[in-house]
Design a protein. Structure first.
Length: 427
């Protein structure tokens, strides 16, 4: 077997493979020998069919099978001999197959680019350190206060006002006909929150318990739920109950109810520390983003399209999982997977470029990951998912996902290395 490489571009190669006449003949003979043992042709006993008769009946079949077998047997060997590592499936051109001649075929593949790096240490970046403001702690406290509030039925016969929680029955319809999925019983609406339908919430203001009313709401053309987009819908509403939020007092008892806090001041101190940590992590992400942006700007290179498509598909998959966790299906938003994948292509290209350049730097700097570090990462993930470590590890091993985990750790370590070597100006 002979293999040669033609460079189509920095990321696309054409591998031409030639298989000797002897090897071709050997495979053809082997196929006809096996075929002769099993073929049933009228007038001949099994195993006694002459070769010329077999060729008359099975020539095209044998040709196709031999071509497939020759390619399967030599493709990996050709890649090894030419030291190529494809990142895409090959596009095979089988060429012509003629008896008594060598068989030649070619495979076009994509490979990672050979990146020529320039000055990736000592990058000049800028970051802004922010102190925690008292208002931020107060906002965090208010959020906790709201989270632990109680709803109490309003006893006085008053109308609905902003901030109320209203229990309603409703049925949506157009032109007197009910809409599919447009009916609810004992549905809770927080008036003025905008979490349901803002115009619907607004039109509840002023209504009283036991009151029934028809409310019309016009939905914009780009409304998320496609079946209602661009329509004016009538809601037949019955007000069943009005509740108001009762906030717990922000005091030592409130802090003790939340956890192992001896006082309200200790809770405030804990929240301030959490916000400080969040700001530090946010600053670190911003600095790392600057590092990556500078590296990409000063080191242009082509990106294999197959890797971009693969990453775009991964982004779509992540989006579907996040929406699914919220009980939302992508199709209900009026967006196809194909359209979303197209929208994600620019982001995917930048991510792939980032992965490739960080991988190159890691290789040059000898940055690697140990099995113990991979286990530590899986242990963190298992704690977040509230799963046993052994269960999570077996899942990642079984599904071949450990290399991806290790690659993520290498990228993190490489970014930390670049940040340590950067010249940071804090403002």
């Amino acid at each position: 077997m002979k293999a040669s490489v033609e460079e189509i571009s920095s990321i696309k190669k054409k591998v031409s493979i030639e298989i000797s006449e002897d090897q071709v003949a050997k495979e053809v003979d082997s196929f006809y020998t096996d075929l002769g043992k099993k073929a049933k042709i009228k007038g001949f006993r099994p195993g006694k069919v002459p070769r010329n008769i077999l060729e008359r009946y099975f020539k095209d079949y044998v040709k196709a099978e031999v071509i497939q077998k020759l390619i399967e047997d030599t493709y990996s060997q050709a890649l090894s001999e030419t030291d190529l590592h494809p990142v895409s499936p090959p596009v095979i051109d089988p060429g012509e197959f003629e008896g008594g001649k060598p068989f030649e075929y070619s495979a076009v593949i994509e490979v990672k680019p050979d990146i020529k790096l320039e000055g990736y240490t000592g990058l000049k970046i800028e970051g802004k350190k922010e102190e925690v403001k008292d208002e931020e702690v107060e906002d965090r406290l208010k959020a906790l206060q709201n989270l632990h509030a109680n709803l109490k039925t309003v006893s006085e016969a008053r109308p609905i006002q902003t901030g109320d929680y209203v229990i309603v029955d409703y049925e949506a319809g157009v032109g007197g006909k009910p809409l599919e999925g447009g009916k609810a019983v004992d549905f809770t609406v927080e008036v003025g929150s905008g979490q349901f339908i803002p115009a619907f919430e607004e039109k509840l203001i002023g209504l009283r318990p036991e009151e029934e009313k028809e409310i019309e709401v016009s939905f914009p053309e780009d409304y998320g739920y496609q079946k209602w987009a661009g329509k004016t819908i009538s809601f037949y509403v019955k007000i069943k109950e009005i509740k108001e939020k009762i906030l717990p007092p922000l005091d030592d008892e409130f802090a003790k109810d939340l956890g192992d806090y001896s006082s309200f001041e200790e809770l405030k101190s804990k929240l301030k520390g959490e916000i400080e940590k969040e700001k530090e992590l946010s600053l670190e992400r911003q600095l790392k983003d600057q590092v990556v942006d500078q590296l990409l700007e000063t080191n242009p290179f082509d990106v294999p399209g197959s890797l971009v498509e693969e990453q775009a598909k991964a982004l779509v998959s992540d989006t579907k999982l996040r929406l699914g966790a919220q009980g939302v299906a992508l199709k209900n938003l009026g967006i196809s997977e194909e359209k979303l994948q197209e929208d994600y292509r620019t982001m995917a290209q930048k991510q792939v470029r980032s992965f490739l350049i960080l991988e190159k730097i890691a290789g040059q700097e000898g940055i690697s990951v140990t099995d113990e570090e991979a286990d530590d990462r899986l242990r963190e993930m298992s704690e977040r998912m509230h799963q046993k470590f052994d269960v999570v590890k077996r899942y990642y091993e079984k599904n071949g996902l450990l290399p991806e985990v290790k690659a993520g750790i290498v990228r993190d370590k490489t970014l930390n290395f670049l940040l340590e070597k950067a010249n940071i100006n804090y403002v």
